[in-house]
Design a protein around this ligand. Structure first.
Ligand SMILES: [Fe+2]
Ligand SMILES: [Fe+2]
Length: 149
């Protein structure tokens, strides 16, 4: 059983963003597996991979929100900054954590990664989809993100 599972309520119905969110969840699951293996090298690697993935995803998502002039962009950007700062903090704490502490830390990290998707990202889904369908220039590369949904 993976530590975190995908569920429909995490769907923004924007294919590229949903694909990136799924990859983020996989990274959290890899980190959880590393934490339960007790290997500090694996934990460090999995944590670094998760942080990289989240950073790249946030930059991409913010570009999408900029494109649509999303009213909540600044607030969303600030939330992303807070999450990245928190991830840095986790990363530092994992460096020196015992195996038991590492498992505990990862247990508290998973849920808030998912909460951001569920509460904040799902909220902008309709606005992004509407823009992509109705207002995006015909050749706009972001149109591809809508797919058929
Ligand atoms: Fe996101
Ligand atoms: Fe976000």
């Amino acid at each position: 059983m993976p530590y975190l599972a995908w569920s429909d309520e995490l769907d923004t119905h924007i294919p590229e963003l949903d694909a990136q969110h799924r990859v983020m969840i996989e990274h959290v699951n890899r980190l959880a597996a590393a934490a339960s293996s007790g290997s500090s090298r694996q934990i460090r690697e999995a944590m670094a991979a998760l942080a990289d993935c989240v950073r790249q995803h946030f930059a991409f998502e913010e570009r999408v929100l900029e494109m649509i002039d999303f009213a909540g962009l600044e607030e969303h950007r600030q939330t992303h900054r807070n999450i990245l700062a928190e991830l840095d903090d986790y990363r530092a704490r994992l460096e020196t954590a015992s195996p038991a502490e590492a498992e505990e830390l990862v247990d508290t990290l998973g849920p808030w990664v998912v909460e951001h998707i569920r509460h904040d990202d799902v909220d902008f889904g309709p606005t992004v989809r509407e823009w992509l369908r109705d207002a995006a220039p015909p050749n706009d590369p972001f149109r591809q993100l809508v797919g058929d949904s």
